[in-house]
Design a protein around this ligand. Structure first.
Ligand SMILES: NC(=O)c1ccc[n+]([C@@H]2O[C@H](COP(=O)([O-])OP(=O)(O)OC[C@H]3O[C@@H](n4cnc5c(N)ncnc54)[C@H](O)[C@@H]3O)[C@@H](O)[C@H]2O)c1
Length: 302
């Protein structure tokens, strides 16, 4: 029987701070398939995340099919806006949420992984993070600083992470990020340069697939997920409307579950996905394929 078997593999999922987003469900699916999972968490969310774990607030969602709870082998601090600690401005380094964490940069994460596990250290890298400080502003009203911040954290961070973490990955490894179709079609309300960041992320997926494939024998793909009411998506302000709209208008007329994204991630990370790299894989109930809204059609007909 063909099955997804990730036993003996280690994953690093960057962008997990609660049990409400894709990163958590990807971590859970990878663990269901037998992988051990480390996560990297944004410093401002780290304490709350640790507290929620310790107090058992996530135990229900951590339950695996064998009855055990999803465990994280390590929880590392990571602010993906900074490649090295020296890149972080003094007010960040001295901020109370950051100052006792040591090196929270991408380089710091790389050094910790190497110290904890040697080299090669791991097999699966998941980039499930994004931030656009001006996401609620139309592109036409977005400042240069807001735009560059969105592209820096949401797109360049994949490049910076792969540059440093690639040499620690085992041959045959898999890198995965999360994108959104606002990269290619207009989604009103998804502003602040986030659509530009997703376009960059998808383009970089192709180029990085080539370069990392030739250099280290690893694959690079991105999942274009449908709308889902995670914490980050709720910051857009219209996520519930986006979820309902897609459910009404997609070929599969129901809301997307985070498990569906997790399962696709596990498949892509597994040897079953060994021929897939440089791809944008849609996990959106087929919404991307539509050229006309069903809503409009039915209201015109009636
Ligand atoms: N939810 C959706 O509708 C949707 C749809 C398509 C794609 N995505 C993408 O999925 C990915 C995960 O988002 P999600 O919606 O599951 O929300 P989420 O809130 O679970 O994940 C976003 C994570 O990014 C982290 N983060 C923000 N800034 C960071 C930084 N500077 N350094 C490190 N971490 C940082 C946050 O702490 C959070 O854990 C993102 O790339 C997002 O754009 C989401």
């Amino acid at each position: 029987m063909l099955s997804i078997d990730l036993s003996g593999r280690r994953a690093l999922v960057a962008g997990v701070a609660d049990d409400g987003g894709f990163g958590f469900y990807i971590a859970k699916s990878l663990a269901e398939a037998g992988a051990t999972v480390c996560v990297a968490t944004w410093p401002p969310a780290l304490n709350i995340f640790r507290n929620m774990l310790e107090r058992g607030k996530m135990d229900e969602s951590r339950k695996l099919s064998n009855g055990a709870l999803l465990e994280f082998e390590r929880i590392y601090p990571l602010d993906a806006a900074f490649d090295t600690l020296a890149d972080a401005p003094a007010d960040i380094r001295e901020n109370k949420r950051y100052k006792d964490l040591g090196d929270f940069s991408v380089q710091g994460l790389t050094d910790r992984l190497a110290a904890d596990f040697g080299s090669p250290a791991f097999d699966i890298l998941v980039h499930s993070l994004a931030n656009g400080p001006e996401v609620k502003k139309p592109l036409l009203e977005t400042s240069r600083a807001g735009y560059l911040a969105a592209v820096s954290v949401s797109a360049y961070s994949l490049v910076g992470m792969l540059q440093r973490l690639g040499p620690l990955m085992r041959k045959g490894g898999s890198v995965l990020s999360l994108t959104y179709m606002a990269s290619e079609k207009v989604i009103p309300g998804y502003g602040g340069g986030m659509s530009s960041a997703k376009a960059a992320l998808e383009s970089d997926t192709r180029t990085l697939a080539f370069e990392a494939g030739r250099k280290w024998g690893i694959r690079v793909n991105t999942i274009s997920a449908g709308p889902y009411a995670s914490r980050a998506a709720s910051a857009i302000g219209i996520i519930e409307k986006m979820v309902q709209y897609c459910a009404r208008n997609a070929p599969l007329p129901e809301a997307l579950s985070a498990d569906e994204v997790g399962h696709t991630a596990a498949f892509l990370a597994s040897p079953l996905g060994s021929g897939i790299t440089g791809s944008t894989v849609y996990v959106d109930k087929g919404y991307h394929a539509m050229g006309m809204e069903v809503d409009a059609l039915t209201s015109r007909d009636s």
